[in-house]
Design a protein around this ligand. Structure first.
Ligand SMILES: NC(=O)c1ccc[n+]([C@@H]2O[C@H](COP(=O)([O-])OP(=O)(O)OC[C@H]3O[C@@H](n4cnc5c(N)ncnc54)[C@H](O)[C@@H]3O)[C@@H](O)[C@H]2O)c1
Length: 83
C-alpha cells in the first residue's frame, strides 16, 4: 500500500473539536494539511482547537454542524465558515 503526502491536502475531520478529533487536527495542521472541522459542539470545545488555530495560519476552517447526522449537517450548513 502506498502512502500519500499530507502536505497541502484538504482533509475533513468530523467531530474535530472532540478529544480524539482535535488531536488528529493538531497532527494534520502540523503536517501542513488544510483542515476542515465539522462539529456540532454538543461535546466538543473550541478551546480544543485553539492551539491548532494558532499554528494553522489560515489552513484551519471550523463549521458548526446542525441537525442529527453529518450528511444532513453538511447539506444544511452549506458553505464553510471560518470562526
Ligand atoms: N477518548 C478515548 O480515550 C476513546 C477511547 C476509545 C474509543 N473512543 C471512542 O472514539 C469516539 C470519539 O471519542 P472522543 O473521546 O474524541 O469523544 P468526544 O465526545 O470528545 O468527541 C466527539 C466529537 O464529535 C462531535 N459530534 C458528535 N455528534 C456529532 C454530529 N452529529 N455532527 C458533528 N459533530 C458531532 C462532538 O461534539 C465531539 O466534539 C467515541 O465514539 C468514543 O467512544 C474514545
Amino acid at each position: 500500500m502506498s502512502s500519500q503526502p499530507i502536505t497541502g491536502q484538504r482533509i475533513l475531520v468530523t467531530g474535530g473539536a472532540g478529544t480524539i478529533g482535535s488531536a488528529l487536527v493538531d497532527l494534520l495542521v502540523d503536517a501542513d494539511a488544510e483542515v476542515l472541522v465539522l462539529d456540532n459542539f454538543v461535546r466538543g470545545l473550541r478551546a480544543n482547537l485553539s492551539g491548532a488555530a494558532d499554528r494553522a495560519g489560515g489552513r484551519l476552517t471550523v463549521a458548526r454542524a446542525t441537525g442529527s447526522s453529518s450528511s444532513r449537517a453538511i447539506s444544511t450548513t452549506g458553505t464553510w465558515s471560518a470562526s
